[in-house]
Design a protein around this ligand. Structure first.
Ligand SMILES: [Fe+2]
Length: 292
């Protein structure tokens, strides 16, 4: 006699959620109950303890909303562009389906191994102050987010992006593209080598200059879980007058956008180090763009 499955005890066909049929691992050719539990865990549903049978909720729980004030407002009049693009009608919540909360996901096959080093993407070294930016991606309970795709993009040392829209009167650097990506390791660590970006004017108001910053994008377990934010540098005098930085009302939340100078990351004779931990949810959540 075939022994019962440890997770679901016996069920040959478990459930159907959002049109996706799951099968017990006793059925040849199926993914098995481990896969099912992984999927259920990811989408926030629950199940019975092993040996009690498996009971899937038929209603998926979507992603939780952040605490008010700790994320950038869609409408922040001092940030002129937000007036045009902020929604004028209340948001409509669209229920998420299983496919949106469990995948697809980027993996090692999507990564170029050396592209985390933005100073070695061309024949020569880029101009500017070489720095190392590192940190951990954590969930609300400070657990590491392993194998998360982290992407960065930034201006060069003169404060200019390699982009046709950027016609700022500052030089491009033939040895600097300004983009990189990497996957977090098993402990949620990421690391980039780059140059410190320059400040740049942006015509939001008279004499408007953006503080030095690096754009970050993170993908969670699905495309729907992409988060975008900006990292700033400690002691930047432009932060106090920057409307984008100040879109986040809560001061403590705002400060979580500023990296920390870090001796442990600094490499002698090579580069200063900055630490920037990114928390995806909860009281310590990093403010993210468009996540209200
Ligand atoms: Fe920027």
């Amino acid at each position: 006699m075939t022994p019962p499955c440890e997770l679901c005890a016996q069920a040959p066909a478990l459930s159907e959620v959002e049109g996706v049929e799951f099968h017990c691992c006793l059925v040849p050719g199926t993914g098995g109950c481990e896969d099912i539990l992984r999927a259920v865990s990811a989408c926030g549903s629950d199940h019975a303890a092993p040996g009690e049978g498996l009971h899937l909720k038929t209603e998926l729980q979507g992603y939780r909303r952040p605490v008010a004030g700790t994320q950038p407002e869609y409408l922040h009049p001092a940030y002129i562009s937000s007036v045009k693009r902020a929604p004028t009608q209340p948001l409509v919540s669209i229920p998420q389906t299983l496919s949106e909360v469990t995948g697809p996901q980027f993996g090692a096959d999507d990564i170029s191994p050396c592209i985390f080093d933005l100073t070695r993407q061309h024949k020569g070294a880029p101009l500017g102050e070489r720095i190392i930016v590192t940190g951990r991606v954590l969930d609300e309970d400070a657990r590491p987010m392993a194998h998360t795709l982290v992407e960065v993009w930034q201006a060069n040392a003169a404060g200019r992006y390699l982009h046709t829209i950027d016609q700022h009167d500052a030089p491009l650097d033939p040895n600097f593209t300004g983009c990189g990506h990497t996957l977090t390791d098993a402990d949620g660590h990421y690391r980039f080598i780059t140059i410190k970006p320059g400040c740049y004017p942006w015509r939001n108001h008279h004499n408007a200059w953006r503080p030095a910053h690096i754009h970050f994008s993170l993908f969670g377990p699905a495309f729907a879980t992409r988060l975008v934010t900006q990292m700033y540098f400690p002691g930047d005098p432009l932060l106090a007058s920057d409307p984008i930085y100040n879109c986040t009302a809560d001061e403590e939340a705002r400060k979580r956008l500023i990296s920390v100078f870090d001796w442990d990351t600094t490499v002698p004779e090579t580069a200063l180090g900055y630490r920037f931990d990114i928390v995806l949810r909860g009281r310590e959540q990093t403010p993210m763009e468009g996540s209200e």
